[in-house]
Design a protein around this ligand. Structure first.
Ligand code: F6P
Length: 335
């Protein structure tokens, strides 16, 4: 099953698991539809070699996803009942921090679960990378290369908002790739004075300033991330709009005409990069091995170039934030 926000590569995990499982152990698979919702409702769909043909290139998830929390719908008892009825010996949960935390709780109560880490934000501890991140960085980089040429033509400051609820990995990597004049991330509060300094500095050198901002960024004067869209199904504030808030503030402070673009879900949609397809396929294959070895309560992970298996508690204990030294390294090129 796939759970939480989608990420390019989900289908490649599914295909990797099904092909490897059928070939190596003669195992058979079903997919639960729409995340934990489908699990607690016992909503399955067949998953054989036929259904997964060619889907490694496909964005989204053929199974659908949701942010349903199984612990609000009968918890471990209900999940065990559904698995028994469906003749399922192991549940592979492909999800981000929230979904894996739910999976850990169930595994602790005896549900046979193996996790696969997923998020475009790349904020999960316990793995060097999650699939979807490389694709998101690629899409953001391409979009900002485009913003630069229109910004240059008009001598404007362009503000590009990327995803990143709690961490700034997408902003940092796409910002470095595109040569941004300022990168603003959730891990580092920044004042309007600092922002003005870098934007004016770039403009005064004859450049059209490009500012990359992660959706979870906060000005030094803010107490929480910018959110005007209510909460999501998991009760978290829906983010998005900080770039649109900042652009007029930058224009007022610098006198430089400014425009904002929010990249939003474009970063999550469409075909996965080659890197993400490979990582996701290897994760899917390794998840089947972990299930065969009854490594319940564990997840697959990448360390360097090796796929390893780690306890789920390693992934949900804390977030993988951008270390200060990585931000400072990038900041040497600001302005
Ligand atoms: O967790 C990944 C993420 O892309 C965050 O960066 C973002 O805040 C969130 O998903 C948005 O998800 P949705 O709009 O699907 O609720």
């Amino acid at each position: 099953m796939t759970s939480g926000g989608d990420a390019p590569g989900l289908n490649a995990v599914i295909r990797g698991a099904v092909l490897a499982g059928e070939r190596t152990g003669g195992h058979s698979f079903v997919g639960f539809r729409n995340g934990w919702k489908g699990v607690v409702e016992g909503d399955t769909t067949p998953l054989s070699r036929h259904e997964v043909k060619g889907i490694n290139k496909l964005g989204g998830t053929i199974l659908g996803t949701s942010r349903t929390n199984p612990n609000d719908h009968g918890g471990a008892d209900r999940v065990k009942e559904v698995l028994a009825d469906a003749g399922v010996d192991a549940l592979i949960v492909i999800g981000g921090e929230g979904s894996l935390a739910g999976a850990k709780e169930l595994a602790d109560q005896g549900v046979p679960i193996v996790g696969v880490p997923k998020t475009i934000d790349n904020d999960l501890d316990g793995t060097d990378y999650t699939f979807g991140f490389d694709t998101a960085v690629g899409i953001a980089t391409e979009a900002m290369d485009r913003l630069r040429t229109t910004g240059d033509s008009h001598s404007r400051c362009m503000v590009a908002e990327v995803m990143g609820r709690n961490v700034g990995w997408i902003a940092l990597n796409s910002g470095l790739a595109v040569g941004a004049h300022l990168i603003l991330i959730p891990e580092r509060k920044t004042s309007m004075d600092e922002i003005t300094h870098y934007v004016k500095g770039a403009f005064d050198r004859g450049r059209a300033p490009l500012v990359v901002v992660a959706e979870g960024f906060q000005l030094a004067s803010m107490d929480e991330a910018y959110s005007t869209l209510g909460t999501d199904a998991a009760g978290r504030p829906r983010l998005g709009g900080i770039g649109t808030m900042l652009a007029p503030m930058i224009q007022d402070a610098t006198g430089i005409e400014s425009r904002a673009t929010t990249l939003g879900h474009i970063q999550r949609g469409g075909t996965p990069s080659a890197f993400d397809r490979v990582l996701a396929t290897r994760f899917g294959m390794a998840a089947v091995n972990a299930a065969v070895a009854a490594q319940w309560g564990h997840m697959v992970s990448v360390r360097g170039t090796d796929i390893v298996v780690v306890n789920l508690s390693e992934a949900i204990g804390s977030l993988k934030v951008v270390p200060p030294e990585r931000y400072d390294e990038a900041a040497l090129l600001f302005g």
